[in-house]
Ligand binder design. Structure first.
Ligand SMILES: [Fe+2]
Ligand SMILES: [Fe+2]
Length: 189
């Protein structure tokens, strides 16, 4: 993997950098759904990303409800445990297939934006650090049996969840803008 310059790091980005928007310019997001091959790998990729966004939204909403006293810890804990474990497993599997299978193939098809795939690969490493913190934060909440201590842990978890969600959403959007145009243009999958 190439070294990613600071301007391209996940925490510092606001969009897919200009230098990687060559294929996106030919296949902008507004026309993806009309492409004849959209209902294959492209739609599947977007659905996977939507599922990740929804789980994080649900976990954030339920943690806020716990803090507001609208949901009992006995109801919240098994949901956090189940949704959290599944999210981690699904994300790790998703990143692995992207890094090992799809990114090399797409970079070969469009060498002019190959460094964009290195950037996304580097994002995955950043996200793995955030996933570790997510797991520790969730386990801290699940490990507390006293209400006040559980609330404190849930407050810290909610703050971490926000940082994780912001960076994951940035990664998902930039990845979609890099990947989907290449998938549609070359009819991959
Ligand atoms: Fe990714
Ligand atoms: Fe992805």
């Amino acid at each position: 993997m190439d070294i990613v310059p600071p301007a391209l790091t996940l925490a510092d980005r606001a969009a897919l950098p200009e230098e990687f928007r060559l294929i996106l310019a030919e296949h902008p997001r507004e026309v993806w759904a009309e492409h004849r091959d959209f209902n294959g790998l492209a739609a599947f990729w977007l659905e996977r990303h939507l599922a990740f966004r929804r789980v994080l939204e649900t976990l954030g909403a339920e943690t806020r409800r716990l803090l507001d006293g609208q949901i009992a810890a006995e109801a919240y804990a098994p949901r956090l445990s189940r949704l959290g474990s599944r999210l981690i497993g699904d994300l790790m599997g998703h990143h692995q297939i992207e890094d090992e299978v799809y990114f090399p193939e797409l970079a070969r098809l469009e060498p002019r934006i190959a460094r964009g795939f290195d950037m996304l690969d580097a994002d995955h490493h950043t996200l793995h650090g955030l996933i570790d913190r997510f797991a520790s934060g969730a386990n801290a909440v699940l490990g507390e049996t006293v209400d006040a201590a559980r609330r404190d842990a849930a407050g810290r978890f909610l703050a971490e969840l926000g940082a994780f969600e912001r960076q994951l959403i940035r990664h998902l959007e930039d990845e979609e803008d890099l990947v989907l145009p290449v998938v549609l243009k070359h009819r991959v999958g």
